[in-house]
Design a protein around this ligand. Structure first.
Ligand code: NAD
Length: 273
């Protein structure tokens, strides 16, 4: 499994992980167990997903040493003013003594508490209870303010990113600031994207499924990527992306699919607490 260096001393993140948004609480343990058995070593959950207990049971019951599995969770919007307490609650639900990455889930600019949350997260990081800290759904504006007011650069920004929403401005900003780009809904939620005719052509050429072509594109761009599926065959399919390389012409062909199409909320206006 390929890993990338975070800007936090010595911490590496497996480039491909398993995301569990919308995995029901009573299915999470089984789904994560299947993913770990298939070779995933990075699990992406959140307090808001309501399935941290199942994720934790699977990680603890896997027989894998704790340091071999990278676990991410996220601080929910209504908890920006009580980040440490909310983090302790997440750890208790996971049944773990630390997470590898703790993210602010959304900036919620209208609420204006993300700088306060970030300061609390720095303390959690310094205490060693999160090996790295970062953000999700931040824009150039909200990231700039966070860095200017605290002097601490997030290790990663997890944003919606797929061939129909390529986020070139954000990726360039991240690269200029030493922040990794992590792609959520990397498969475009399995909706129209996977039946795009351009992907069918590449699928035929490489003998790989459209989902595998898209995941390979992410890896070659340097994105961390966290596809979700609860179907064991697809969980295995989605990790089968380390045995081929898209040539530059085909990377460009996928690059040409961008249409700036968001599937999820706009970070500037998402206010659900
Ligand atoms: P995704 O792009 O990973 O798509 C998942 C869907 O695609 C599945 O439900 C299934 O219908 C389909 N699919 C999966 N594998 C397939 C395959 N091999 N062939 C055909 N169809 C396939 O979408 P997602 O779940 O929205 O995003 C992935 C992860 O990103 C989430 O589970 C979560 O961890 C994270 N996420 C984070 C945020 C955030 O705000 N930070 C928001 C959304 C998602």
């Amino acid at each position: 499994m390929n890993s990338l260096m975070l800007n936090t001393d010595g911490v590496q993140i497996p480039q491909l992980g398993y995301g569990v948004w919308q995995v029901p609480a009573d299915e999470a343990e089984q789904a994560v167990t299947t993913a770990l058995q298939a070779g995933y070593r990075h699990i992406d959950t959140a307090a808001a997903y309501g399935n941290e207990e199942g994720v934790g049971r699977a990680v603890r019951g896997s027989g894998l040493p704790r340091e071999k599995v990278f676990v991410t969770t996220k601080l929910w919007n209504g908890d920006h003013g009580r980040a440490e307490a909310a983090f302790d609650e997440s750890l208790a639900r996971l049944g773990l003594d630390h997470v590898d990455l703790f993210l602010i889930h959304w900036p919620v600019p209208k609420q204006d508490k993300y700088v306060q949350a970030w300061k609390a997260m720095e303390k959690i990081y310094r205490d060693g209870r999160a090996k790295a800290i970062g953000v999700s759904n931040f824009t150039v504006e909200t990231l700039t303010r966070l860095m200017d007011e605290t002097g601490i650069t997030p290790s990663i920004n997890q944003i919606e990113l797929h061939p129909y929403l390529q986020q070139r401005e954000m990726r360039a900003f991240h690269e200029a600031n030493g922040i990794l780009t992590e792609a959520w809904s990397p498969l475009g939620q399995g909706k129209g994207l996977l039946s795009d005719p351009a992907l069918a052509v590449l699928s035929e050429k490489y003998g790989k499924t459209p989902a595998q072509i898209v995941l390979r594109w992410h890896l070659q761009l340097g994105n961390v990527v966290i596809p979700k599926s609860v179907t064991p065959a697809r969980i295995k399919e989605n990790i089968g992306v380390f045995d081929f390389i898209l040539d530059s012409e085909d990377m460009s062909a996928i690059g040409a699919l961008n249409k700036g199409q968001r599937l999820g909320p706009d970070p500037d206006t998402f206010n659900v607490a």
